[in-house]
Design a binder for this molecule. Structure first.
Ligand code: C5P
Length: 224
């Protein structure tokens, strides 16, 4: 079975990112590259890392008018990402445009409510109701717009899977049993997240900051 673990390569340093992706090529299912890496290294940097042979999850959280998002997704096509994120708050037309512009086989996944926002923050941007209500509303919108799934926490994935049985659920905040939690507040073990319905597990520092990243990744895979 291909591993559901995508390692978050959160660094602007191309050399370090290349070393990590080469080292981890046999022990994770893919690479997650976000804004930090992309802002520093651009599409050329992504293409360099893809040479390690792993599927790439481009976590760029696109959010703009439909035409601009569609053009941005088209510009990313040569990179053949396996998974791409957009903000569900961009609305139906934007979500549909993103999906239509994505390459065949690329999963387009929606960010619902950033976990850095609480109910007070939502109120200040005009969203009444709880973060959980807003997550459910935006997940339904993503589904109705033809997207493949959403990003959600381990705490939310069970309910999301019940609501959307065919959805693709990307879950960060994963920690192997006994690992340092760092700045994550609510964490789940890889096994718990899979059992709760996760499709992809995003794991960063428990692998990248380990003394032996490949060994840490193999231990996580073995526990699945
Ligand atoms: O190092 P760690 O395993 O905490 O990294 C998790 C990755 O998932 C980071 O790239 C982080 O930005 C991302 N992420 C998260 N929580 C979310 C959404 C994304 O930790 N709610």
């Amino acid at each position: 079975m291909t591993s559901p673990v995508f390692v978050a390569i959160d660094t602007p340093d191309l050399a370090r990112a290349e070393t990590l992706s080469q080292t981890l090529a046999g022990s994770v299912g893919g690479l997650k590259l976000g804004l930090e890496f992309f802002a520093a290294n651009g599409p050329t940097g992504v293409a360099r890392l893809a040479e390690a042979g792993l599927p790439v999850f481009l976590d760029l959280k696109l959010h703009d008018i439909p035409n601009t998002v569609a053009k941005a997704v088209e510009a990313l096509r040569p990179l053949a990402p396996a998974v791409l994120t957009v903000h569900a708050a961009g609305g139906r037309a934007m979500l549909e445009a993103a999906k239509a512009a994505a390459p065949d086989g690329c999963k387009v996944v929606a960010v619902t409510v950033l976990t850095s926002l609480d109910a007070t923050d939502l109120g200040s941007i005009g969203v009444a109701g709880s973060p959980a209500d807003q997550v459910a509303r935006l997940a339904d919108l993503a589904r109705a717009s033809g997207l493949d799934g959403i990003v959600c926490s381990g705490a939310e994935v069970g309910a999301a899977r019940d609501r959307w049985p065919q959805g693709y659920f990307v879950v960060p905040g994963i920690r192997p049993p006994g690992a340092d939690v760092g700045d994550q507040k609510r964490v789940m073990t890889p096994r718990e997240a899979l059992d709760a319905g996760a499709s992809m597990l995003v794991v960063g520092r428990p692998i990248t900051a380990a003394p032996d990243p490949a060994e840490a990744a193999r231990a996580i895979a073995a526990a699945l």
